[in-house]
Design a protein around this ligand. Structure first.
Ligand code: NAP
Ligand code: COA
Length: 260
């Protein structure tokens, strides 16, 4: 990873920050970008304290010009852009019949459109990467099975998976590897707080995980290192599931599982 330049959207918090810390420890140079400048500056200070080279840019992934500006900033600051982690997302629990059109649009715009904007804006730079460009989007295991309470995020993440499979085909000729990582429930994150803990569903969720614990942001970061380093050179169009076995769980069905 040494010498590679990585852009991580939403890189100041949660899973994105976990990837930023792990990439920095491997010697990558970082650009982290999101809306909240204060959180970006805090993350930058923490990363720099451990010796990392970090540049932060305030931007909203729904604004294509702002995303293009981040790519330009990465190149003017570090000279190249080798890895993009499309991690920025929004989500909240609301049944479909109560979901306003604008609530649907907000999540589709951030998650799906934002991911496409990142890929499109970074294409020319990823094509030039001496390491073989890497585009990695953060999906979820809930994407393809429907997601009661989160119709917007489920549809957006399914769209992201399809997008990455298309890009893997179209951009393979340019050496750009395009993959998704599908986390399960990752502890101490805004995602798990909003979707499970705030709904009083934390314990139930935990019982569905064969490995018996919520994931750590470092577990997702390990997969992100694998896909972005030479170890992942022959992988494109894949969805790497990192979920402690949750999507294989039979808990609650009366069939198997230590929770029963
Ligand atoms: P999080 O900390 O809230 O991360 C979301 C990040 O996206 C924040 O840093 C936020 O920063 C940024 N963001 C949101 N809207 C944005 C916008 N319009 N423009 C630019 N940046 C924006 O939550 P997380 O749980 O770590 O989630 C990270 C990723 O993992 C998401 O893609 C999520 O869907 C996925 N995921 C999480 C879990 C889980 O268990 N946590 C499971 C499956 C998938 P600002 O507020 O500064 O903009
Ligand atoms: N339930 C129902 N509707 C909700 C909602 C909730 N919990 N939260 C927001 N909405 C609706 C709003 O009412 C609005 O619709 P309206 O105009 O019809 O009233 C629409 O969603 C957009 O909300 P707004 O607050 O203007 O959006 P925003 O662009 O400022 O913020 C969000 C985007 C809503 C996704 C916000 O939650 C966010 O910034 N999330 C980032 C962090 C996150 O979600 N982390 C978890 C990642 S898995």
């Amino acid at each position: 990873m040494k010498g590679r330049v990585a852009l991580i959207t939403g890189g100041a918090t949660g899973i994105g920050f976990g990837i930023a810390k792990a990439y920095a420890a491997c010697g990558a140079k970082l650009v982290i970008a999101s809306r909240n400048l204060e959180r970006l500056e805090q993350a930058k200070a923490e990363l720099q304290a451990s010796g990392a080279e970090v540049h932060v840019v305030q931007m909203d992934v729904r604004d294509y010009d702002a995303v293009t500006n981040v790519v330009n900033e990465a190149v003017s600051h570090f000279g190249s852009l080798d890895i993009v982690i499309a991690n920025a997302a929004g989500n909240f629990v609301v049944p479909a019949e109560e979901m306003s059109p604008n609530a649907w649009k907000a999540v589709i715009d951030i998650d799906l459109n934002g991911t496409f904007f990142c890929a499109k804006a970074a294409f020319e730079q990823l094509k030039k990467s001496e390491f073989g460009g890497r585009f990695i989007a953060i999906s979820t295991t809930r994407a393809l099975e429907g997601w009661p309470g989160c119709a917007h995020a489920g549809a957006a993440k399914a769209g992201i998976m399809s997008l990455c499979r298309t890009l893997a085909n179209e951009w393979g000729q340019h050496g750009i590897r395009c993959n998704t990582i599908a986390p399960g429930a990752i502890g101490d994150t805004e995602g798990v707080k909003r979707i499970y803990e705030d709904q009083g569903a934390g314990a139930k969720q935990l019982a569905m995980i064969p490995l018996g614990e919520f994931g750590k942001t470092s577990n997702i970061a390990d997969a992100a290192i694998f896909l972005a380093s030479d170890a992942g050179a022959y992988i494109t169009g894949a969805d790497i599931v990192v979920d402690g076995g949750r999507n294989r769980s039979h808990a609650g069905t009366g069939v198997a599982g230590k929770s029963e």
